[in-house]
Design a binder for this molecule. Sequence first.
Ligand code: PXG
Length: 457
Amino acid sequence: MSQAATLSNQTKRWQEMDAAHHLHPYTTHHELAAKGARVITHAEGVYLYDSEGQRLIDGMAGLWCVNAGYGRKEIAEAGAKALTELPYYNNFFQTTNPYVAELSEKLSTLTPGNLNQFFFANSGSEANDSAVKMIRFFWNLQGKKTKKTIIARKQAYHGVTMTAASLSGIPSMHPQADLPLPGFTHIDYPYWYGEGGNSNPAEFGLKVAQALEAKILELGADNVAAFFAEPVQGAGGLVIPPETYWPEIQRICKKHDVLLHVDEVICGFGRTGKWFGSETFNIEPDSMSMAKGMTSGYQPLSAVAVGPRMGDTLFNADEEWSHGFTYSGHPVACAVALANIDVMERDHLVEKTGGEIGDYFQGKLSELSNHPIIGETRGVGLLGAMEIVKNKETRERFGDAGGICRDHCFENGLIMRAIGDTMVLSPPLSITKPEIDELFGLAVKALDLTAESLGVS
Ligand code: PXG
C-alpha cells in the first residue's frame, strides 16, 4: 500500500488494530506495520476487492484453494443450513453426523483406485501430521517396528506443525523450531529447469527418482516407513516432474516395501485437470492427504484417505486408534464440502480444467516464453509457472525479480505468487476465457514493468 496519506479513515483504523494485535502467518511484522496491511473486504467470482475499492483478479485462488470461485451462494446456504441444524457435534463416543457420512461416501467415488476410507482434520498440516501417525501405527501393527523414517523432498511444502514442517524440505522452515524432528529426511526434487543443467528431462527425471532408492539403501529398507510427495510440487516452485519420474518412484517403493503417501493438498479437487493429481500422473498411492479445494477454502477441512492395505490393518485392529481432533468431521465444514463438490460437478469445473479452459490457459501461458525475461513457462491444468531469468541460455537469475514482479502485479490489479524468481498462477477453476485474457494481459504488463525496473530494454 503506497499512498498511506490517501487511505480512508476506516482502512487506517483496521490497519492500526491489525498492526497492534494481529500476528500474521509468514510475516516480518515491523515491515508490515510500517507499510499497513491491505484489507480485503469482499470477493466475487475470480475477483477480490479491498477496502479502498481496488479490484484484483485472484491469480492464486486465495492460497491455491478457491477452486469453485468466490461468492457461491449454494455453498454459503449449505453452510448456513448446517449451522442452524447441527452447528457442532463430535464423532468420538460412537456417534456420527449425516454430513460427514455423506461426504465420506462421496469422496470414495472421487478418489482414484481403492482409497475408500477417510479421516478428517482441519488443515493440510493436520492431515499430513495424522498421515504420519497412521503410517507409524500401520508398521507397528505389522510388527515392523523399525520402519520409521519418512523420506520427503527438498523444497517440499507439507505444512507447519512440528511434523508437517519436518516433512517439508524448505530450509528456512527448520531452524526457528530446531527441525526436522528425528526420523525425517529429504532427497533431491525433480526440478529440471533449475537443477537439470544440460541433461534431457527424461534422464533427469530417472536420476532424481533413483535418489530415493539410494536413500532407502543407505538407511536400510527395514528402517524406511514411507515416501511422501506432491504430484506437482506447488509452493516449492511449481515443479512438474518429467514423465519418467513417477513410474520409477512407484517401482522403487514397491520393490522396497515403502509406503507411498501423496500430498494432494494443492493438486486435489481438479487443479491438474482430473479430480486428483494422482490420476493425472498415474500414481497409485497407499494414502493421500487433501484439503484446500475440498471446500474451496469456504471452511477449514482436510482429510487423509487410505487404501485397503493400510485401512484393513489400522481399522480392523483390536486396539483403539488414539487420535482425533475436536473438529474431525465437523458438520458445517462437511456440508460446505458437499455443496462445493456439487457446484464443481454441476459446472463441470474439473472437465473444463482438463479440457477447453485448461488448454486455453496453457496456450496463453506458453506465449509468455517469448518475453525477454522469461526463460521457461510450464503448467498443467490450471497451474502455471514462469521462470524470470537474466540470460535465457545460461538460465542466470536476477535474484530479486520475483518480488519486483509481484509488486507490479499487485499495483495493476493481479495477484500472482512469486517463489524466488519463479512466478506462479493457480486461478479459480471457474475462470472464463475473457478472464484468462484479462489475467494474461495484466501479467504481460507486469513483466514489461519488471523488465523496465531491472534495466532490461
Ligand atoms: N501440503 C501442501 C502441498 C500445501 O501446499 C499444506 C500441505 C499445508 O496446509 P495448511 O492447510 O496447513 O496450510 C500446504 C499449504 C504458498 C502457501 O504461499 C502454500 C500453502 C500454505 C500457505 C502458503 O504457496 N500450502
